[in-house]
Design a protein around this ligand. Structure first.
Ligand SMILES: Cc1ncc(COP(=O)(O)O)c(C=O)c1O
Length: 391
């Protein structure tokens, strides 16, 4: 006698409402399901696959590293890790890097670094507590699913049942952030273009920077989803004190980074203060290094800007209201998104929601014009079909 599965998604815990699609292969910007059907991937592993599913140079770098050295931990020096970190600093500017595995881990580590910085600034109080703990985040922010990152992600449904969360987070509408910064503020965290929250470029960055400077607060750009040139710009201005990165920087493998831009922060963490077993794994760093080199060599931020303009124009011509920059764009069309996402999948293009009311497009940086046009055409066709079905 077989017993009923304990979970709907057995053997997994039921944490994902997965799409009814089993994927078995990726090539270029397309993925194949287990029935043999190919789909154009407009999501790329949620902004991970900047160069598509099987870039030959990234694959060659991975193979070479697998044949050389798989893993050592951070107890030792690693040439490929150093080369990756130096390339990241060369391209984005900055003073030092901590490597980890995921976006949430980068944000958690950044909060620790920020607390320790303010503790040192205050003369290292003996109770071990940082005198400044308030973290300001924006409406619609998404910073991850671990406890601190979750506290910094103000979506009630994500918090339900997980409390108490760290209570040091203040949520503020984007336009009110500069006015909300005070002597209590440890840092402002923001995504220059919000991803999960609806592909919203954050206004008033200069005023936020000035408010942070005035009150001695730090400014963090979470570029985990929008970074590495996806917005059309490799470097967002004004400069923050810290940039957190993940997703695309690993070329398809798990890799995250806390990039310290402000040199005054490089001494905040000392040996023993923070760590991770896998962070900066050699294979992930090899994939990431190849990815960074290609993004720079092929001037892909400029390509993201050009393709983004094409995508936006196409989506607007199809009747959508569009927000975002470069290749992080959301389309709103005044209907529930679920049926359109499903119809697009049936019509051969994979997309996902951004918030409750928008469909998100996160194509690979090296997409072709034809692929962008195909995404737009399938969006227009699917929207029309859903509208016709409703009428
Ligand atoms: C802006 C942003 N920050 C943080 C995260 C969390 O990253 P991860 O899922 O790698 O922990 C995400 C993931 O979607 C993100 O988009």
């Amino acid at each position: 006698m077989t017993s009923a599965p304990l979970t709907v998604d057995a053997p997994f815990l039921d944490t994902y409402a997965r799409f009814p699609l089993e994927l078995v292969r990726g090539a270029g910007r397309r993925v194949q399901d287990s029935s043999g059907r190919w789909y154009l991937d407009a999501i790329g592993g949620i902004a991970v696959l900047a160069l598509g599913h099987d870039h030959p140079e990234v694959k060659a770098a991975i193979h070479a590293q697998v044949d050389t050295l798989l893993h050592t931990s951070n107890l030792y020096r690693l040439p490929v890790q150093r080369a990756f970190a130096n390339k990241l600093l060369e391209m984005l500017g900055g003073a030092a890097v901590f490597l980890c595995n995921t976006g949430a881990e980068a944000n958690e580590g950044a909060v620790k670094l920020i607390r320790k910085h303010h503790w040192r600034q205050a003369g290292c109080p003996g109770d071990g507590n940082s005198p400044r703990t308030e973290i300001i985040v924006l409406d619609h922010a998404f910073h991850g699913r671990t406890m601190m990152a979750l506290a910094m992600t103000p979506k009630p449904a994500y918090h339900q049942g997980f409390g108490p969360l760290p209570d040091c987070v203040k949520v503020v509408p984007a336009e009110q952030v500069a006015a909300a910064v005070s002597e209590r503020t440890a840092a402002v965290f923001l995504e220059p273009v919000q991803g999960e929250g609806g592909c919203r470029p954050v206004p008033g960055l200069q005023a936020i920077r000035e408010a942070c400077d005035k009150h001695g607060a730090l400014l963090v750009f979470d570029e985990i989803q929008c970074g590495l040139g996806r917005t059309g710009e490799l470097i967002h201005h004004p400069r923050p004190d810290i940039i957190t990165l993940a997703k695309a920087i690993g070329g398809g493998l798990p890799l995250g980074a806390i990039l310290v831009v402000n040199p005054a922060l490089t001494q905040a963490l000392q040996p023993g203060d923070h760590g991770t077993t896998f962070g900066g794994n050699p294979v992930a760093c090899a994939a990431g290094l190849a990815t960074l080199q290609i993004i720079e060599r092929d001037d892909l931020p400029a390509r993201c800007a050009a393709l983004g303009a094409r995508l936006r124009a196409g989506l607007e011509a199809a009747g959508a209201e569009v927000s975002g920059l470069g290749l992080i764009q959301a389309a709103r069309f005044g209907l529930p998104i679920g049926p359109v996402v499903a119809r697009m999948r049936e019509n051969g293009v994979l997309v996902v929601g951004a918030g409750a009311d928008a469909i998100r497009f996160l194509p690979a940086f090296n997409s072709t014009e034809d692929e962008i046009d195909e995404m737009v055409a399938v969006f227009a066709k699917s929207l029309a079909e859903v509208k016709a079905g409703q009428g």
